[in-house]
Design a protein around this ligand. Structure first.
Ligand code: UD1
Ligand code: CA
Length: 436
């Protein structure tokens, strides 16, 4: 049986925030989401998250996800947090024998699930009591240092605040991710104290206790130091976000999306982009956005949640799209806002087209039917529909409810029909044909 325990009870003092650290967002998702995602791939039988500081907020943000919440109050350190998690899990475990507990710090958003799998395999392959994830980091500041015996076995883990000069120079660090046998954890936890610089029960001391007690302590080294970036401060949040952003952009490019300038392109997790679409510089694409194939997006384009862009659409400079559909081969090339809109295929929205979707209380939908054309600087006050093939003149304001018939041409403020729909017009010009 496998239990995962994510430690997320800390206040995150170094964030200097009213929001708990694990709710700060990276690429649109709360920090905790990344640990949940990475551990989910191991297929645990039980998923425990340890919460304490502002736990109501954390639990609310992740309700209905099948998580067992363990409460740590007060927060007496990572060892104490893991103990709270282990005991919460033990309540649901019939037999502690053979239960494996994977403990992960909640502030490691770049950890790959493959690494966790390899850690678990090492633990099983070596029949260890405890297996610790380590990394050699040329700039190890801020991490606990791993000390080894001459024979290579782990001897100690020393926090930076407890380390002397020589220890601080060591480059092998503790990542903050471990596998314990449940019983071994209990046994070793009962023996640790809090006589350290921070006056806390350190999880690292549980590991060291196991080593000193003659238990088998294995280590697994993660090669890529990027994976172990932790988030203690807002500067680290930004750095981790930037690394995640690059990782995600690489994935889109591998799937056939052209990104002209990855440095200035921000795409959140959960956006879907079709192949042969080109993203131009300074573009922001939020989560829950779908873009089809062969589109051109940007530069300076902002796509917000609910944007659905069909194949071959063109979205240009300073265009914002929210909760709207843009049809196949439709163009929104300059300076426009489309909110709560349905834009069908082959539509052209001229420069500066605005969908006025909000009446001060409610949001409404505006629809632009196939092959319609909207002139520069037009305002469509929703709810309203622009009919198929209709033309809205430059600068027109189409008031709410004043639908424009198919094929009609409207202009002015408020917009009036200056030419009726094509079909009707043809009938008017040749009354003999349809009447006879
Ligand atoms: C910890 C490790 C350190 C390691 C580093 C790497 C210890 C003692 N030190 O230090 O060796 O190099 O992570 O990431 O474990 N938490 C609780 N309850 C608490 C305290 C913390 O749930 O009482 C949670 C936090 O919310 C956080 C995680 O545990 O998600 C780690 O805590 P943090 O304070 O960031 O530990 P570090 O000082 O970074
Ligand atoms: Ca940390």
């Amino acid at each position: 049986m496998l239990v995962t325990v994510i430690l997320a009870a800390g206040k995150g003092t170094r964030m200097r925030s009213d929001l708990p650290k694990v709710l700060h967002r990276l690429l649109g998702l709360p920090l905790l989401e990344y640990a949940l995602e990475a551990t989910a791939s191991l297929g645990p039988d039980l998923r425990v998250v340890v919460v304490g500081h502002a736990r109501g907020k954390v639990e609310a943000a992740f309700s209905g996800r099948g998580i067992v919440w363990a409460h740590q109050d007060p927060q007496l350190g990572t060892g104490h947090a893991a103990h709270c998690g282990v005991e919460a899990a033990a309540g649901s475990v019939e037999d502690a024998e053979g239960v494996e507990v994977l403990v992960v710090n909640g502030d490691l958003p770049l950890l790959r699930s493959e690494t966790l799998t390899a850690l678990l395999e090492t633990h099983r392959g070596t029949s260890a009591a405890v297996t610790v994830l380590t990394c050699v980091k040329p700039e190890p500041a801020g991490y606990g240092r791993v000390l080894r015996n001459d024979d290579g076995f782990l001897r100690d883990i020393v926090e930076e605040s407890d380390a002397d000069e020589a220890t601080r120079r060591l480059q092998e660090i503790n990542v903050g991710t471990y596998v314990f046998g449940l019983q071994e954890f209990r046994e070793c936890y009962s023996k640790i104290g809090r006589g350290n610089a921070q006056g806390e029960y350190y999880l690292t001391d549980v590991v060291v206790e196991a080593a000193r007690g003659g238990k088998r302590v294995a280590t697994f080294r993660v090669e890529d130091p990027e994976e172990i970036e932790q988030v203690n401060s807002r500067a680290e949040l930004a750095r981790a976000g930037s690394l995640l952003r690059c990782r995600l952009l690489d994935r889109y490019m591998a799937e056939g999306v052209t990104i002209l300038d990855p440095e200035t392109t921000y795409i959140e997790k959960g956006a879907r982009i079709g192949r042969d679409t080109t993203i131009l510089p300074f573009t922001m694409i939020e989560r829950d956005v779908e873009i089809g194939r062969g589109c051109e997006v940007g530069p300076f384009c902002h796509l917000r949640p609910g944007a659905r862009i069909a194949d071959e659409a063109v979205l240009g400079n300073f265009v914002e799209i929210k909760n709207s559909q843009i049809g196949r081969a439709s163009h929104v090339r300059h300076l426009s806002y489309v909110g709560d809109g349905v834009v069908e295929d082959g539509v052209n929205l001229g420069a500066g087209t605005i969908f006025a979707n909000f009446d001060g209380k409610k949001k409404h939908t505006a629809v632009v039917r196939k092959n319609a054309s909207v002139g520069s600087g037009a305002v469509l006050v929703a709810p309203v529909t622009i009919g198929e093939g209709a033309v809205v003149g430059a600068g027109a304001v189409v008031p709410k409810g004043r639908d424009v018939p198919a094929g009609a041409v409207v202009a002015g403020v408020p917009a009036r029909v200056i030419q009726r729909g094509k079909r009707k017009q043809e009938q008017a010009e040749s009354p003999g044909t349809s009447g006879a």
